[in-house]
Structure formats: C-alpha cells, structure tokens
Design a protein around this ligand. Structure first.
Ligand SMILES: *Cc1c(COP(=O)(O)O)cnc(C)c1O
Length: 427
C-alpha cells in the first residue's frame, strides 16, 4: 500500500484489509493460540515451512496488521510490534549482536536506551562506544572496530532535541559494513522517513505520538530491507549461518529482504517474548488513524510556545529545532521540513530551583514522566528520567540540570501559553 497512497491515507487505511462481510474495524484477536486440522500442518509452521499463526507470543493477526501500517508509513519491507520501545531497541540491536560484539551509540539517546546499551547489554558481553552526534565524519570513523555490528541513534533525541544528521551516520555505518538503526519516535514517520536518508532499521516507542493518548506501552521495529547482510556473512552469522533451532535454516536465504524481522520474530520473540498485547495493538491502531492530524497540531503549538518562551524575560534559553535560533534548524529543515515534534526544552534564569517552582505552579500542563500525547505535560529530566546519570553523563548527554522538557499537547495553544504565563509570573 505504501507508494500508492499518501501518508494521511495510510494512517487511516493501511494494515487491516477486510474481506467481504468481514468487520470494518480491525478485530482484536484475543487468543493466545490458533487451531489446525492436522498435526502435520502445525508441524510445518514450527519448521517455518509455512506462514501461519500458532501462538501469540510470536505472531498475532491484530499485531501484524498494525505493524503493517507502521511499515507502510515508514516505507519498509517488514515490521513487527514489541511490548515497549525498550524492547524494540533491545531486539533491534541484539538481533545482530552476541557476546563479543560492539555497538556505536549516539551520546544523546533517551536515558532508557543509554542504560540498556551501556549497562545491561554490557553484562551480555556487548561493548559500546559513545559518539557525539555532531562529531565530524572523520571522528565517527574512528569509533568503528572489527567487531562493530551496528550504529544506534535517534532522529530527534529525547529530551535534548538534537537532530541527527542521518546521511552522515548512514555513510559512516555503511563504509564499515554495518547498518544504521534509527529510533524515529519523536519525529514519527509523518515528519521524517529515515530510510530515505540511508537508515537501514527504524525503531519506535509507539507509546509516544503513535499511540498519542498515553494509553498503552508499545514498540515497533521496521526493516528497510536494504542492508545486504549476506555481503558480510562473518559479521552477521545469526542471519547468514544455519539456525540449528529451526533445523538449520539460513534466514537470508529463506526470507530474503524479510530476514531480519523474521529472525527477530521467530527467534527473539520465541525466546524472550516481549510481545505486545493485541488489546494494546488495537488502541495503537486507533491512535495511528489520527497521527497525521495530531502531529500537525503538536508541531504548530510547539512552534508558538517556543517563540513565546524565547521572548520571555525569565527564560534563559529555549531549544526547539523549529526555531531559527536552534543550532539544529538547518538539519531539521533538511530532514523534516514539515515539522519536527511537539517537544521543547528550556531553562529559566532562576535555574534548577526555578524550574521546580514553575512546574509546581502549572495548572493545565501536568507533571508526568510521559511525553508526546494529546495533553500538555512537563518533566524535569535531571530529577526524573535521567536521575540515575552522573553530572558528567548528564553533560555528555546534553541534559542541563535546569532543563525543563515541555511536551506541547493538542489543546488550544493560547490556553497553554496562558498557563505558562501565570506560572512564570509567580516565580
Ligand atoms: C520513550 C522512548 C523509548 C522507550 O520506549 P518505552 O515505550 O517507554 O519503552 C525509546 N526511545 C525513545 C526516543 C523514547 O522517547
């Protein structure tokens, strides 16, 4: 369906394709298991000889329809849902890594992703090198090792809003024979399609704008199908060498451009099981139906709020890639000319203490961990999401101690600005 229709149409209609007399709305296949007539048929599914559902930990029709919609929006060849954004990034990396592998990580990624790679995957024997996303290409080059398996970065970093130079990262990764994995959560496929700029794999925390209403945790992985794994069989044995747990099938040979997602589904989902519940997938699909409308409003509101804050006497600094004063304005114009995201970060002249005092005075904007849903919200990362980081790590990640993250909702923008104005007046 991708290619044939515009994104707005894909948001509404891609995925579920009812046949004659079937439900108009994607049904929730609330079933752990699926029935077969013969033992042989079922056996063939387990051998991956035939396509079919047998157990919802691996695949479920509701989930697959929603994954197909996200796949169409990103312009990929295959996609899968996961139980969370964390699971999506874990699977995306671990699908091509093992003990002894090395990963290159952008310094400004989301705190949860940072912990996952730097602390948890280290315990699995996967090492990493952290790179400055703004580093020149020559410096990126130096981070690669013989055992490097992928590069992981975010299109728009949460919460510091660094816009990734996707082409620069893709070129560096490809020059060293590894894929670029891009977490596209903040930009969403409405504002940016990383595959068009050379990214190979895209991940999402669907918990954010895609769901859009703060209803369900979820994640997604999409494969462009463009990375030639079989050019590097020694580097990617998991995809290019026989999998003895499936009678020696070779994913790249059997599944071609769908090899990566198939392996993650039949191997990682089978063994680790971070599957999304079909109920949450159903809610996610409802969210996706309005993603294009909401992103437009989130971005328009954020643009006005950012301009308001920038002109306010009590505000020390504002970081929003849609502002001409942003050092990422140029990259944002290149990679996401129709808008970036609804998240703004800013600091007050009264610093860290002022940030806490102002946030307590807000009436419409709520203090929540979440970002990127219909309701305007605020968070102080140094005290909340990033509190496990040392001062040095905070600095490296670009999270200033006074940074307030504001997630512009889709309410009337004048009401949001009035709320900020009254809170700023009180401090
Ligand atoms: C929230 C977030 C994640 C983690 O997703 P969960 O759904 O909370 O597990 C990963 N990456 C980015 C950019 C995020 O904003």
């Amino acid at each position: 369906m991708a290619g044939q229709y515009a994104k707005e149409t894909l948001c509404v209609q891609a995925g579920w394709k009812p046949g004659n007399g079937e439900p108009r709305i994607l049904p929730i296949y609330q079933s752990t298991t699926f029935k077969y007539e013969t033992s042989t048929q079922m056996g063939r599914l387990f051998d991956l000889e035939e396509n079919g559902y047998f157990y919802s930990r691996l695949q479920n029709p509701t989930n697959d329809c929603v994954a197909a919609k996200i796949c169409a929006l990103e312009g990929g060849v295959a996609a899968m849902l996961t139980s969370s954004g964390q699971a999506a990034n874990y699977y995306a990396v671990f699908n091509i890594c093992e003990a002894g592998s090395h990963v290159i990580l952008s310094a400004t990624v989301y705190g949860g992703t940072f912990n996952l790679i730097v602390a948890t995957m280290k315990k699995m024997g996967v090492s990493c090198t952290i790179v400055d996303p703004d580093a020149p290409a020559e410096e990126l080059d130096k981070a690669f090792q013989d055992n490097t398996k992928c590069v992981l970065a975010e299109t728009i970093a949460n919460p510091v809003l660094v816009v990734l130079d996707i082409e620069k990262f893709a070129k560096a990764a490809h020059a060293h024979g590894v894929p670029l994995i891009v977490d596209n959560t903040f930009a969403t496929p409405i504002n940016c399609n990383p595959f068009l700029w050379g990214a190979d794999i895209v991940t999402h925390s669907t918990t954010k704008y895609m769901d859009g209403h703060a209803m369900g945790i979820g994640g997604a992985i999409v494969d462009s199908g463009n990375f030639a794994w079989d050019k590097y069989p020694g580097k990617f044995p998991g995809l290019c060498a026989p999998d003895e747990t499936y009678h020696g099938i070779v994913y790249t040979k059997r599944f071609g451009r769908a090899a990566y997602i198939t392996k993650a589904t039949v191997q990682l989902m089978r063994d680790i099981g971070a599957a999304q519940s079909p109920q949450n997938a159903f809610l996610l699909n409802v969210g996706l139906e309005t993603l294009h409308l909401r992103m437009e409003r989130h971005c328009a509101n954020a643009q006005k709020i950012a301009a308001y804050l920038e002109a306010h006497e009590k505000v020390a600094w504002v970081n929003y890639p849609g502002l001409q004063s942003s050092r990422y304005y140029g990259l944002a114009q290149k990679y996401m000319p129709n808008g970036t995201c609804g998240v703004i970060s800013f600091g007050l002249k009264s610093g860290r203490a002022g940030a806490a005092a102002m946030m307590d005075e807000l009436k419409l904007a709520a203090i929540v961990t979440h970002v990127a849903d219909a309701r305007t919200s605020v968070l102080h990362p140094a005290s909340h999401t990033h509190r496990q980081m040392t001062e040095a790590q905070l600095k490296e990640a670009g999270v200033a101690p006074d940074l307030i993250r504001l997630s512009a909702g889709i309410e009337n923008v004048d009401d949001i600005i009035a709320d900020l104005a009254q809170a700023l007046q009180k401090i």
